[in-house]
Design a protein around this ligand. Structure first.
Ligand SMILES: C[S@@+](CC[C@H](N)C(=O)[O-])C[C@H]1O[C@@H](n2cnc3c(N)ncnc32)[C@H](O)[C@@H]1O
Length: 210
């Protein structure tokens, strides 16, 4: 991490005063879509091309992967993206105004299988509070994992918050798509079922005043 600290990354957002104005300048009226833990950027490569009307932000704790994602997008001439290097919860808290984001995608987050390591999981109640705050009403959070237990845990955590409603009545849906554009999908889908979770923010919450 230390040796990559000063690595130049195209389209990197390092600081931004958390106001609607600064985001408005950057995204030019487009809907904001986040990819949490974007890895090497495969999801963003596909979606930035498929949805030019949206502005995508890749968020990644590894600086090397942040650089790789950005470089792959830059090489392809994409303009509708930015990357932010840092922990997902910290990034939401620091960079995003309330009600500014349309979709948050969490694709194959590290599962930390042992119960005593669950505290390291990205998906925890304090993270979900930030998700609720930054989402617009009608915005959605998508969670995809090859670990069924983690997907069920995600449903349990999301359901603790009255502002979020599961889009799928059963909570978790398996093998929803025949293909999914991430590296971990390619690695894991031949081995086990893939679990999809999606929650929608249906009403304003008091967190938005924070
Ligand atoms: C299993 S990989 C999945 C990568 C990609 N989303 C995919 O589906 O191929 C998990 C990614 O999340 C990143 N990550 C782990 N903890 C994170 C955190 N707290 N904030 C942001 N990114 C995180 C890791 O560095 C890694 O790139």
């Amino acid at each position: 991490m230390e040796k990559n600290r000063f690595l130049h990354i195209e389209h990197e957002v390092k600081s931004l005063s958390p106001s609607y104005e600064s985001w408005r300048d950057l995204v030019q009226g487009k809907e904001i879509v986040l990819d949490m833990g974007c890895g090497h950027g495969d999801f963003l490569i596909e979606k930035t091309e498929q949805y030019p009307e949206c502005f995508f932000v890749g968020i990644e704790i590894s600086r090397k992967r942040t650089a790789k994602t950005s470089h792959r997008l830059f090489k392809r001439g994409r303009q509708n993206y930015a990357v932010i290097h840092g922990d997902g919860e910290w990034v939401l808290k620091t960079f995003f105004p309330s009600k500014s984001v349309s979709e948050i995608h969490i694709n194959f987050p590290d599962p930390w299988l042992r119960k005593r390591h669950w505290k390291n999981r990205l998906l925890r109640p304090s993270f979900v509070l930030q998700v609720i705050r930054v989402l617009k009403v009608g915005g959605r959070v998508f969670f995809v994992s090859d670990v069924e237990e983690y997907a069920r845990y995600a449903v349990e955590v999301f359901r603790q918050f009255q502002w979020l409603h599961s889009v799928y009545p059963q909570g978790v849906v398996q093998n929803l798509y025949e293909r999914f554009p991430t590296l971990f999908y390619q690695k894991m889908s031949p081995l086990r079922p893939i679990n999809y979770v999606c929650f929608e923010k249906r009403e304003q919450s008091p967190l938005e005043k924070v």
